[in-house]
Design a binder for this molecule. Structure first.
Ligand code: SF4
Length: 260
């Protein structure tokens, strides 16, 4: 497992412990690789790819068959059990654990370790939410996340349509905390959530992460109107918001959900 060093790490995995103090944050990758092939067109016309893919292509020994391949790493399975100090652990920073290519048996083994390592808080993140309800109910110490849709240069219309489908699957997830990673905020998501609220009355997640888009060292801030409307909507629904370090916004948020 890799310990995170905020602000460069994945800040949102440093969740509060029982005493309210932030726990150390780690990433854990019992699986590796991802076949979603996400790419985004930046406002200046340049195209950026998934950060994990960029990293994987630097570590060719660990990703000998490229990033768009499934790697099962059973030797990493017990790492959280060896870590006795309570931590926040992001599972699959270099993968989508629930991707359609991952055998169910492997996902079950990872979930078993999360159940056994009950003193940690685990966070998963997927762009294949249709599969998530099959693993209900999730262990109490697992926060189940879904990322904003993004395929290969997906259009904004396609993103909005896919987001609505994602919300339908999220509604069926049984977990203590469901969260949505809206990072990067690359299209206007508030109207999709508004439409959902009109039909369903309640958002199907308890926490949201919002971030800007980046391409290498260049950061592209989302449209201010998109961000403002989204934050207003989440506030009105009492959904706590955590900002990624690359977002520029005056009213800074690093809130976490209340966990029963
Ligand atoms: S789902 Fe995540 S890990 Fe997979 S390609 Fe997209 S951004 Fe990368």
């Amino acid at each position: 497992m890799n310990r995170q060093n905020p602000p460069k790490g994945i800040e949102w995995t440093r969740v509060p412990g029982d005493d309210g103090e932030l726990l150390p944050g780690y990433t854990w990758n019992p699986t590796g690789g991802c076949m979603h092939g996400c790419t985004w067109r930046m406002p200046d016309g340049s195209i950026t790819e998934c950060y994990a893919k960029t990293i994987a292509e630097r570590f060719t020994r660990a990703y000998s068959q490229g990033f768009e391949h499934h790697y099962w790493r059973p030797h990493n399975l017990n790492a959280p059990l060896k870590l006795k100090e309570a931590a926040g652990i992001f599972v699959g920073s270099m993968a989508d654990l629930f991707g359609h290519w991952v055998p169910e048996e492997q996902i079950c083994q990872v979930l078993d370790v999360m159940t056994e390592a009950h003193w940690h808080t685990f966070q998963t993140l997927s762009k294949f939410p249709i599969r998530l309800p099959a693993f209900n109910p999730f262990p109490k110490n697992v926060w189940v996340g879904v990322s904003l849709p993004a395929g290969h240069l997906m259009s904004q219309t396609g993103g909005a349509r896919a987001l609505k489908a994602y919300l339908r699957h999220m509604k069926d997830i049984k977990a203590n905390v469901r969260f949505m990673s809206i990072e990067p905020l690359w299209f206007d998501v508030a109207p999709v959530f508004e439409e959902w609220l009109l039909e369903e009355g309640k958002l199907p997640f308890e926490w949201a992460i919002i971030g800007a888009a980046s391409n290498g060292s260049r950061v592209f801030q989302p449209d201010e109107g998109w961000t403002g409307q989204l934050i207003d909507l989440l506030d009105a629904q009492d959904v706590p918001v955590f900002f990624k370090g690359n977002l520029e916004w005056d009213d800074w948020r690093e809130a976490f959900p209340q966990v029963a």
